[in-house]
Design a protein around this ligand. Sequence first.
Ligand SMILES: [Fe+2]
Ligand SMILES: [Fe+2]
Length: 473
Amino acid sequence: MAIDYNSKIPNNVNLSDDKQLQRALEKWQPAFLDWWKEMGPEGYQQKDVYLRTATSVDAKGWATYGMTKMPDYRWGIFLADQVPDRKIGFGDHMGEAAWQQVPGEFRADLRRLIVTQGDTEPASVEQQRLLGQTCPSLYDLRNLFQVNVEEGRHLWAMVYLLHAYFGRDGREEAEELLERHSGDRNKPRILSTFNEPIDDWMSFFCFTYFTDRDGKYQLKMLAESGFDPLSRTCRFMLTEEAHHMFVGETGLGRVIKRALEVMAEIKSGDPAAVRRAGAIDLPLVQKYINFWFSSAQDLFGSDTSTNAANYFANGLKGRPDEDNYEDHVVKDATYEIEDVQADGSIKTVSIPLRNAMNVIARRAYVKDCDIGVQRWNRVIKKAGVDFEITLPSERFRRTVGVYAGHTFTPEGKFVSAAEWEAKKYSSIPSPEDRAYVKSLMHQVIEPGKMAGWIAPPDRGINNLAVDYQYVRL
Ligand SMILES: [Fe+2]
Ligand SMILES: [Fe+2]
């Protein structure tokens, strides 16, 4: 599988053998570049950025690092290697050969899954387009741009599937992926979270930790798909996605570390004193986590879902890490979920397991979120500070599923709507909290320097020094 780097579109899908597909993608490419220049990172298009570019799919050497201007980034199409004789691993078609073409009866569902996933990729670039202007360091600026160009490549990955396997309506969907825009009143992005601007770096780190991790779980489920090209595409996307969550985990970790340093310097844990010293106090970090964790939970969809059951039954979308389960058909199995009664009390109900796929995926996601939380807590404990970061209850602040329309505390206790209104800013950022965070957002661009609210990273990118000039301004 040689990658032709001389061609317009780097790929390992033998694009040069398929002239029709090549023409479709080459026609889409200028529209993509126009979109990138207009909606991508504002103000840095002509700057050299130290970027990693996907150049192959093998585990050891898939990435090449170098200085690149973002519009010259080699967006390409990379699918993980084909597993010989791959079989469908779950659902009613379990054991049948994986599909190399789209089965007619699942065409509409597969197209919808691909379009919904594809829509989130450019949406996040649009949401983050102004962040560069307030970067806390050149290292962070580079990481932001790395995430952005890779989300751009993920859009390419989905557009490839639409062009290669869905004919004319696939091409139309691909065009629309560039026509909807985050926050656009007339043509918004499909999922509501992706229409909110991300205009401070706390939100960016929370987004990459929590929202990108939802992306990871969606990709994990699609990587199980019986539609083999989708599976292979998502498997490779997951290798890039890992860096995005690294940015989130280390970003929040560095904010916490800085708060701890300041607390030691001023010999006080008083949040107001920490703020006076220019850091982000731990209770405020917790509020941001509460906010972003709860909105990411909604991305998994309703607790009971016949769509999700059908996707599973039909072999389109499996559970994350399907291999870890014993029963891959789960035809008669049941699963316990919670149901909220009118008085706010919780009843446990048993539903067909296939209908609970969203909850199952969501709970796997929560466990994954908790790994970083425990790491942060070890750092806090080591500093001798009595504070523990926690993930809020799955009931907290939900707008989708059984908890929607009810109000719960982060601990999962039911409260009246009036009580929630009165106390909500003890658990999510208040307008004043947000204004404080905004007040810290000033650009720092001297190599190796960090804004006062964040500690330097432990190491630089690709073994380079932290004070390397990651973006040439
Ligand atoms: Fe992505
Ligand atoms: Fe991502």
